[in-house]
Design a protein around this ligand. Structure first.
Ligand SMILES: [Zn+2]
Length: 177
C-alpha cells in the first residue's frame, strides 16, 4: 500500500499466478466504484483510484470545503491525511474514513475470494498501521462470511521493502512457481 496498491496470493505456499500472471490482484485492481475514475490498469473505479497516494490530491479536490483544509497546499501523503485527521481537520478525517472503509471493503472481498489464514499488509502506508489494521480487522470480523477472528490481519515484518522482496522472490523462484 503506497503510491499504488497491489497484492499477491500464496496458496499452499505457492504464488498464485494465473494464465497471464495477474491472478491475485484483487487488492488494488478490483473495481469498487461503478462511476469511478480511470485506473492505471485501464479499468474503472479500481480500489487504487479511490485511495492511493497518486490520486489523493485529486480525490481531496472533490471534497466540499477542501480549500479550508490544512491539506490544501502542497503535495499530500497518507501520513499527512492521518496526522491532520488526528489534529481535527474535518476534510482529513473524511478522507481517512473513506480510505479505511474502501480498504476494508476490499479486504473482505479478498477474504471471500481466497479464504486465507492471514492478510499481510505492507508499504509506506503501514506507518499508520496502528489505526489501519485494527479497523480492517474489525470490518473483516463484522462482515466476512466467517466467524470473527478466523482471519488475522497483520503488518509485514519488512514493510518498507515488500516490493523488492517480492521481486527477489519472483527472480530466485522463477523455476518453482
Ligand atoms: Zn486498476
Amino acid at each position: 500500500m503506497g503510491t499504488g496498491l497491489g497484492s499477491a496470493v500464496l496458496l499452499n505456499g505457492r504464488l498464485l499466478r494465473g494464465q497471464n500472471f495477474i491472478a491475485g490482484n484483487l487488492w488494488g485492481h478490483i473495481s469498487i466504484n461503478l462511476n469511478g475514475g480511470l485506473c492505471n490498469c485501464g479499468y474503472v473505479g479500481c480500489l487504487e483510484t479511490e485511495p492511493s497516494t497518486w490520486v489523493l490530491k485529486e480525490k481531496l479536490k472533490s471534497y466540499t470545503g477542501y480549500e479550508y483544509s490544512s491539506l490544501f497546499n502542497g503535495d499530500v501523503l497518507f501520513a499527512d491525511v492521518f496526522n491532520e485527521a488526528a489534529k481535527g481537520d474535518e476534510i482529513a478525517k473524511e478522507m481517512m474514513n473513506h480510505c479505511l472503509h474502501a480498504w476494508s471493503i476490499c479486504a473482505v472481498n479478498m477474504v471471500h475470494a481466497y479464504d486465507p489464514q492471514v492478510l499481510v499488509f505492507s508499504g509506506g502506508v503501514m506507518e499508520q498501521a496502528s489505526i489501519i489494521l485494527p479497523y480492517i480487522q474489525m470490518m473483516i470480523d463484522k462482515y466476512a462470511w466467517l466467524p470473527p477472528g478466523t482471519v488475522k490481519v497483520v503488518k509485514s515484518e519488512q514493510s518498507a521493502y515488500a516490493s523488492l522482496l517480492g521481486l527477489e522472490y519472483l527472480i530466485t523462484k522463477k523455476n518453482e512457481i
